[in-house]
Ligand binder design. Sequence first.
Ligand SMILES: O=C(O)CCC(=O)C(=O)O
Length: 301
Amino acid sequence: MMNVLSAQDKQRWRQDGYLVLPGFFEQAATEEMLGRARQLLDEFDVEGHPLTTFKTEADGEHVGDDYFIGSNDKIRYFLEPSSLSKPAPGAPSKLLVPPAQSINKIGHALAQLDPVFRKYTLENEKVANVAKDLGYHQSPRVLQSMIICKQPRIGGVVPSHNDSTFLYTDPPSAVGCWIALEECTPQNGCLSFLPGSHKTARVSSRFVKDPSGRGTTFESVAGVEPNEEKWDELDGWVEAACPAGTLVLIHGNVMHRSPPNPSDKSRLIYTFHMIEGAEGYTYDEKNWLQPTKDMPFPALF
Ligand SMILES: O=C(O)CCC(=O)C(=O)O
């Protein structure tokens, strides 16, 4: 097996809970993914779309509906909340920007269904090798593959969170693979991390289907004390500005966030996550994203 990570990389991963790997993808590969992402944006047809937005506020109105929850085996489009008008009750919302610029994210089965993203996820030896090299999972399963757009001027904030809250397994096991398709800077909304927070941030709540039958909500994880830290107020956040082609590995417990994009430059990224598929780890039916009989979460290797 080709070694992708140095001893220093592995040490940094253990210490910080994330790892920034510039140049992981060659320019041609990055351009192919970026071109495909732009093509998918151009293909968006607002006609017949339920105008589902993607909101990340933990305490806002519920973020989902059936279109969102049923997206494990589909390629679906989720809109930027600020791309829609706020009409009077009963009146329809309208797009305030051209359709291709209204998208917050596209997901959640790009790794399975889209030939280009499949090539750089499930069919990619270097990606499999980085997961093997990291040694974090015995049998990684891929889920929630998506393009996140951060559109110029309207791309919204992603508040501080850790990913195992959103892709909960018992015990927690999520790892994110986040790929910059364009240069990411503090101006257009690059990621920021609180290094080392994976050692202290517990997974005390989880994102689930609302038991009422519609949408999503958060549920406490039994027996796990919530953290007292006010994460955003702590010192030590580090911006992970990076060039196109960078792979960022994100531990499922590490606190991270990204600001809005007030700039004129888009910030397109592709990301997928991995959870442990080996025995002893449970991904239960409460989770908002559900594998289907015809499309279980595929093994990376
Ligand atoms: O791309 C972003 O700005 C946020 C992504 C993120 O937080 C995640 O993938 O967990």
